[in-house]
Write a protein that binds this ligand. Structure first.
Ligand SMILES: Nc1ncnc2c1ncn2[C@@H]1O[C@H](COP(=O)(O)OP(=O)(O)OP(=O)(O)O)[C@@H](O)[C@H]1O
Ligand SMILES: [Mg+2]
Length: 256
């Protein structure tokens, strides 16, 4: 069954269509990947689904109900949680309190400070951040700040989590840990949408992928089909694999 269904989504900035008639669905329990070049509209898509941006056209259904036009906190309480590409924790609150904010604003049923903190503690356990609960965000590494974003989303008690580049800037070991974390969320029954440039993670995690290019859907399907689609290679993967190849040669001391 489709948990999330988007039809003909349209977002315009001035005269520019950042999303032009994008339709897709996400099945309950799957990991759905969204890839594409910089500026393709991936973050805009996430902002459209989470109502950070108002749609200029189209409709969104969640769990069979029309949720088009609902405000962000209503969507959170229905079970749609997200992370932000630019990580922005509250610097004056410790890690545990930052995560509790997710429960306070986003959880449908929790009402007391004790409940919010308990939800935060559970989310910190799940993300491996429990030992750092009392630290302040500026004391965290980038990888841990990304985990903090995931923990805050989990504290909302979501049914679906939308991740915007949680692997960006992480080293190989950190990426492996984040892949394991996302896998554990799927195993626990969550539905996941990931926007990601790190193809190793996309291929390790996703059941299906959609490729965006210039605000429109370029391709969609099983990862193995999509990455060998000539249109996708030309618009996106060709450049990325060429770049990865060049940097590998530089790292090995060869000519770029
Ligand atoms: N708030 C905004 N106001 C004006 N233009 C915007 C706004 N947000 C996004 N855009 C434009 O919409 C287009 C899509 O941007 P978006 O951030 O969705 O790309 P992206 O696929 O997430 O890219 P990246 O991989 O670099 O994160 C770009 O041309 C961008 O400049
Ligand atoms: Mg983006």
């Amino acid at each position: 069954m489709a948990l999330l269904e988007a039809s003909e989504l349209e977002i315009r900035f001035g005269g520019v269509k950042a999303l032009a008639g994008v339709s897709f669905h996400v099945e309950a329990g799957e990991i759905f990947g969204v890839i594409g070049p910089n500026g393709a509209g991936k973050t805009t898509l996430l902002n459209a689904i989470s109502a950070v941006y108002r749609l200029d056209g189209g409709a969104i259904r969640f769990d069979g109900a029309d949720v088009t036009g609902l405000r962000p906190h209503r969507l959170s309480r229905l079970g749609i949680a997200r992370t932000f590409q630019i990580v922005q924790p509250f610097k004056a609150m410790n890690v545990r309190e930052n995560v509790a904010i997710g429960a306070m604003f986003g959880h449908a049923r929790l009402r007391t400070r004790a409940d919010w903190l308990a939800a935060a503690d559970a989310a910190l356990e799940r993300t491996g951040l429990a030992p750092k609960a009392e630290l302040m965000p500026p004391q965290l590494t980038l990888a841990d700040r990304k985990r903090l974003e995931v923990a805050r989303a989990l504290a909302m008690g979501p049914r679906i989590i939308l991740f915007d580049e949680v692997m960006a800037g992480l080293n190989h070991t950190e990426i492996e840990r984040m892949i394991d974390l996302v896998k554990s969320l799927k195993q626990a029954g969550l539905t996941v949408v990931i926007i990601e440039h790190v193809m190793k993670a996309v291929l390790a995690l996703c059941d299906r992928i959609m490729v965006l290019n210039f605000g429109a859907k370029l391709a969609e399907g099983a990862p193995s089909e999509v990455v060998s689609d000539p249109k996708v290679v030309e618009a996106y993967l060709g450049q990325r694999f060429a770049k990865a190849h060049a940097s590998a040669q530089v790292a090995a001391g060869g000519a770029p």
